[in-house]
Design a binder for this molecule. Structure first.
Ligand code: PPS
Length: 353
């Protein structure tokens, strides 16, 4: 018996047998019309649109709250001179431009000074020397700001780069960033400063004298074109700063006084920076074997003395060299004392037996 051929019906592409889609919903039946399909698309479209609006709305509300918080922080900090625009979201601490700078002079005790000041709860200090104005100016002010510590509204940000004193562009560039900055200058007998450099040299046959002496026509004389010598001409460098910043914005500390009585000097700094007077004598621990004070922070179980690289014995100057270099610096020192209105004992010390 011949088999009767079966005719197959061709189903239009939009019409399916009843089936379940992956999400378990019945979709279309054979009888689904174009109109029903359109309606379904619009329902889904509207749902997706609503979900989108809810998400965007929530994000918008969150960003409004964030902005309000950021504004509150900003307003709280308005009394500070710098702009606060970089905030740590977990702590609400702010990255500020520097408000206090120890700008010199190298080898005068700047590390000890910043370590003592770091103990103050109202001071937030940069971790390392930033050297923005002398070495990194081309990196821009935002780079500089990222080198600053996060700080709270009751803190001032501090950095020390002891070579700013000698950098001719530094005062003008700093003024552009923060004209209200408070400046701290540490100076030491310029001869002792040179000997601090000499202490790091080979001392055989008084070679350190080459740092500052030369011979012209068989006569020993001070090398006035040497950077080492120029570094101790504090008044010449300070004059450059005083063209831009008034003396009231500069606090001068004498290096030997900082070594002998750091507590007294730090109290003066607290006053200059208008900070609460919180540090006490207990924060300064005398390391008798080394002859230097060490910071002893409130939170520390032990004093945190500076490394052995700081506070090394200096070579002894021969009388002729000593006389020449002291005579050279004396008139500059006198000018400095007149300008800052303070006088320091920067004369050769007599041997005590
Ligand atoms: N408390 C305390 N502990 C140790 N050292 C102290 C302290 N106070 C001041 N000083 C003196 O600091 C001198 C080094 O100065 P600086 O830190 O400014 O040097 S540097 O420019 O950063 O290299 C260093 O000079 P040297 O004696 O030549 O090593 C010290 O005399």
């Amino acid at each position: 018996m011949e088999k009767t051929p079966v005719t197959k019906t061709i189903i239009p592409s939009y019409s399916y047998d009843q089936h379940e889609c992956a999400c378990g919903m019945r979709l279309l039946s054979k009888s689904t019309t174009r109109w029903q399909l359109l309606r379904l698309i619009s329902v889904w479209g509207a749902t997706i649109l609503c979900l989108y609006c809810i998400t965007v709305g929530t994000n918008f509300r969150e960003s409004m709250v964030e902005n309000r918080l950021a504004n509150e922080i900003h307003n709280r900090n308005l009394s500070r001179s710098a702009d606060a625009d970089t905030t740590d979201s977990s702590t609400n601490a702010v990255l500020f431009k520097p408000e206090v700078i120890i700008f010199g002079a190298g080898k005068c005790g700047t590390r000890a000074l910043i370590e003592f000041l770091k103990m103050h709860p109202n001071i937030a200090s940069a971790r390392a020397e930033v050297h923005y104005f002398d070495e990194n100016l081309d990196k821009g002010v935002e780079w500089y700001r990222t080198r600053m510590p996060l700080s709270y509204s009751n803190q001032v940000t501090l950095e020390k780069s002891p070579s700013y004193l000698w950098e001719p562009r530094a005062p003008e560039e700093l003024y552009k960033i923060n004209r209200d900055v408070k400046l701290i200058l540490l100076v030491k007998d310029p001869v002792v400063r040179i000997m601090s450099q000499a202490a790091r040299m080979d001392d055989a046959e008084h070679r350190h004298e080459l740092l500052f002496l030369t011979e012209i026509d068989g006569k020993k004389t001070v090398k006035n074109d040497s950077n080492t010598v120029a570094a101790g001409l504090y008044v010449e460098h300070l004059k450059n700063w005083l063209k831009i910043f008034p003396l009231e914005q500069i606090h001068v500390i004498e290096g030997m006084q900082l070594i002998r009585n750091p507590y007294k000097e730090i109290k003066k700094v607290e006053e200059f920076l208008e900070l609460p007077k919180v540090l006490t004598e207990a924060n300064f621990f005398l390391n008798e074997s080394r002859g230097f004070y060490c910071p002893y922070p409130f939170y520390s179980r032990l004093p945190e003395c500076l490394s052995e690289a700081k506070g090394v014995p200096h070579p002894k100057l021969r009388p002729e060299a000593e006389k020449l270099i002291y005579n050279f610096y004396r008139p500059y020192n006198e000018k400095l004392f007149q300008i800052i209105g303070k006088r320091f004992d920067w004369e050769p010390k007599k041997e005590t037996t």
